[in-house]
Design a protein around this ligand. Structure first.
Ligand code: HEM
Length: 480
């Protein structure tokens, strides 16, 4: 017993006073053990905890023995953009975990830059401007179906926009990735896989927490996390496998989907069926949940900021005679763009700090030297809610993106990340968001049905968001 007490005390003293990161400020519990990190990421409250830490300790915080979080805009380029003068900061394998049971290797968790570049090149065809043009027809088809669903269902009473946004973004992705939608918009019902995915999101948070506490325990981690979460994560993996196998059986299709590109280069990239299931898994998650989260937040902030909502209505309704005229190329006017930029700032769909490891000789981040082997990241929520970067950061103010005299540091908001690991689907996301928002604002008036809803308070973060219900009274415009 005495030995344990001695070991723990010596470890704590080393971490506080002699560790290479000793000069960086942070809560004592975070500095001496990973318990603080683990508790934070599974609490659902990490966004607020990290923001509070940055308010207390400044733009750099040591929030686990080996990890620093940054909230300054200058850190973006230093961490995520490779520079000729030094080695790349690689993705952190403690966070982007790979194994043979639950976490197949796929584009987003590949660590080796050359292997990643090869995979990204193959997938990039699916995100080219030409492909985007073809994809727009699919987005328009589901957007139009969604508008009809909203029109009909809202006659019966308030609707929960969370469902509607999940339906449309998952259906679009299902069709683009596997040439098969989930049928949610058509059936006006959340597909069981979508429900699984929404639950499985929590698994990622437990994954990082337990891995940090002990990689050995992590190997038997299903015993340490709520069984419902493990079950949903397993279901998600099994359904990803089934989806990819079903798509394989269909062979070549007239319209190329994401799978077409992957299947063509399967041998060249050395992809097993397990890897392909990983791709299915990540593309669905990355491409739908993020856009659905953004649409939900944007709807909330429009309802809560009548002057913004009014100006957007005037702009959208003044430009089109009918909703059918709305396409992504025509919905590019500055105010709509600014509203989306502001929503991405105030509610970044991926609000955490994507972790990277400093190379063995360390590196300079935002003007400070960080020793080698340290995990570093820009905390997305803290950097966009830092008053040094944005005046009144909690105010939904699209005008900041249009005012040439605005003193905000707009480049502090990088919701899609920058550099070689930035989001591959950002143009697709913009296309989808422009179409859906323009059509919604053109056709409907909406107001919150639940006046007690407080978006900041009621959203939880487990790597990605868990959103509260968004019950909304929707009425079709009378003058159409
Ligand atoms: C508003 C919508 C979206 C946001 C804010 C967003 C944000 C991000 C972020 C922050 C990353 C980097 C994650 C990391 O390094 O851990 C990422 C990666 C990625 N995103 Fe998105 N995303 C969005 C929509 C999409 C869509 C529609 C797709 C299409 C399927 C997509 C596909 C991807 C892929 C494939 C990666 C991995 C890129 C790589 O590692 O090379 N995303 N996204």
């Amino acid at each position: 017993m005495l030995q344990i007490i001695f070991y723990v005390s010596a470890h704590a003293i080393y971490n506080i006073y002699f560790h290479p990161l000793a000069k960086f400020p942070g809560p004592k519990l975070a500095v001496i053990s990973n318990i603080f990190y683990a508790r934070t990421v599974v609490s659902g409250n990490s966004v607020k905890t990290m923001k509070a830490l940055h308010e207390k300790y400044g733009d750099v915080v040591r929030w686990s023995p080996d990890e620093l979080s940054f909230s300054s805009a200058a850190a973006w380029k230093d961490i995520y953009l490779p520079q000729k003068s030094r080695e790349i900061f690689l993705k952190d394998p403690k966070f982007y975990v790979i194994d043979d049971e639950l976490r197949a290797k796929q584009i987003a968790n590949i660590l080796d830059p050359e292997e990643h570049e090869r995979a990204r090149k193959v997938l990039s065809h699916a995100f080219s401007p030409k492909a985007l043009l073809e994809q727009e027809d699919i987005v328009l088809k589901y957007a139009n179906m969604l508008m009809i669903a909203i029109q009909e269902e809202s006659r019966k009473g308030p609707i929960n926009f969370i469902d509607y946004y999940n339906w449309v973004t998952f259906d679009v992705l299902g069709e683009l990735a596997f040439s098969e939608a989930f049928g949610s918009v058509r059936n006006r019902k959340t597909d069981s896989w979508i429900a699984t995915i929404l639950q499985a999101i929590k698994f990622g948070a437990y994954d990082s927490a337990i891995f940090r506490l002990s990689p050995r325990v992590w190997k038997i981690m299903p015993y340490f996390i709520p069984s419902k979460i493990t079950t949903e994560a397993l279901n998600h993996v099994n359904q990803s496998k089934a989806k990819i196998l079903a798509r394989m059986e269909k062979g070549d299709l007239e319209r190329r989907d994401f799978c077409s590109y992957l299947f063509e280069k399967k041998e060249e990239l050395g992809l097993t069926d397990w890897n392909l299931a990983g791709y299915a898994n990540v593309l669905i998650m990355a491409g739908s949940e993020t856009s659905a989260a953004l649409l939900s937040a944007l709807t909330y902030y429009l309802c809560k900021t009548p002057e913004v909502y009014q100006r957007l209505k005037v702009e959208v309704r003044g430009r089109f005679e009918t909703a059918d005229e709305i396409t992504s190329q025509r919905a590019t006017f500055p105010y709509l763009t600014a509203v989306i930029q502001e929503a991405l700032r105030i509610f970044p769909p991926s609000p955490i700090a994507p972790p990277r490891i400093t190379p063995k000789d360390g590196g300079i981040v935002a003007g400070v030297f960080v020793p080698g082997g340290t995990t570093v990241g820009v905390h997305m929520w803290s950097v966009t809610h830092n008053p040094n970067n944005f005046k009144d950061p909690y105010a939904f103010r699209p005008e900041r993106w249009l005012d040439p005299n605005c003193t905000d540091n707009l480049s502090a908001s990088q919701p899609f990340l920058i550099g070689p690991r930035a989001c591959m689907g950002q143009n697709m996301a913009w296309m989808e968001l422009r179409i859906l928002i323009a059509k919604l604002v053109f056709l409907f008036d909406f107001e919150l049905a639940d006046n007690d809803l407080d978006w900041d308070r009621d959203c939880a973060c487990f790597r990605l968001w868990q959103r509260p219900d968004l019950w909304t009274k929707v009425t079709m415009r009378e003058d159409l």
